[in-house]
Design a protein around this ligand. Sequence first.
Ligand SMILES: C[S@@+](CC[C@H](N)C(=O)[O-])C[C@H]1O[C@@H](n2cnc3c(N)ncnc32)[C@H](O)[C@@H]1O
Length: 346
Amino acid sequence: MSETPPQLPLTPQTLLMAHSLTQVIISLHQTGILQQLEQQAQDVATLAKTAELSVTAIQQCLPIAEKLGLVRQDGTQKYHLTDAAHCLLPDHPATIIPALEHAALGYPAWGQLTHSLRTGASAFPEAYGADIYDYLATHPTDNTAFRQHMANSTQAWLNPAVGRYPFSGHVIDLGGNQGDFSALLLQHYPELHSTVFDLPETVAPADQVLSTAGVAERGQIVAGSFFAPEQIPTHGSHYLFSRVLLNWPDEQVVQILQNCRQAMPADSKLVILEFVQTTQADLGADIGNLNLLVMFGARIRTQVDFADLVSQAGFHSPRWIPASDTLPLYYLEAKPMTDDELPANT
Ligand SMILES: C[S@@+](CC[C@H](N)C(=O)[O-])C[C@H]1O[C@@H](n2cnc3c(N)ncnc32)[C@H](O)[C@@H]1O
């Protein structure tokens, strides 16, 4: 049966309760209701019993899920999962559960948005008592969800970018997560070598990712932090930051790039793959941009912003290469200045 998507009025009154819709979706996942309904249609009493939930509470919640188009009730009062809800199941090929779990992590921080608006800083420490990466280092379940969310979005957004820059030699993939983008690069460029460099708890599965992609013999894995310059590999021809700098405020971006430059051979290149700010951003892009503030104290930058930051960090003027036909995704390429070329204050 074809299902009509829900038409929710986006008035100020309904939007005041928009957080409840987010939480309904998160809780449908966390309680296992959707997986119960995937196995078979159930009435509220049966569903509550099998999922160990309150009958009356489920009776209050499921009508909202129905209006969101995630479940539908038949003439026998049984609830069915709709086609639209299948992406909320873990075994769906385009599952959005990692994105949902990332949204759930961000939810308390978004409650502190006013703090970010007053200070220009991340709201995450207000909600969790630590910066996001410090928090993730000690919360493995949340870190796994973030890592998988990044891996999924690598496949969704970065795949078309792979052939847009002429990678050669040895790429140092800084903040390379669990190696998905390196795996795509190594598959595309048969002579290329890559080192996936990321925090220990994040880079650990990279050997499995590179092996599964059939490129493990050309891929190295290094656990470290780009805030520790001595940990950054020194044998690269290209030092890649793919969607990394958008997680950091300007001061840290300059620090990270300076640390990178210290490790780079004189004839190597800095390559940044990043979304840039455009005048045509839609609502989703605007929310994504504000999410960077809430979660990381950062933002989507313009090409002028990037040129300024790489210059402050001791790189020559960059050149830009479009990396997507549909997204505002670009490669920035810049050569490091020699010590003689560096301005006095760098
Ligand atoms: C937004 S993800 C981008 C992942 C990947 N490059 C991509 O494009 O899909 C940012 C990455 O930076 C890593 N990261 C954060 N702090 C780091 C640090 N101090 N040193 C190295 N990597 C770090 C995170 O673990 C994460 O994998």
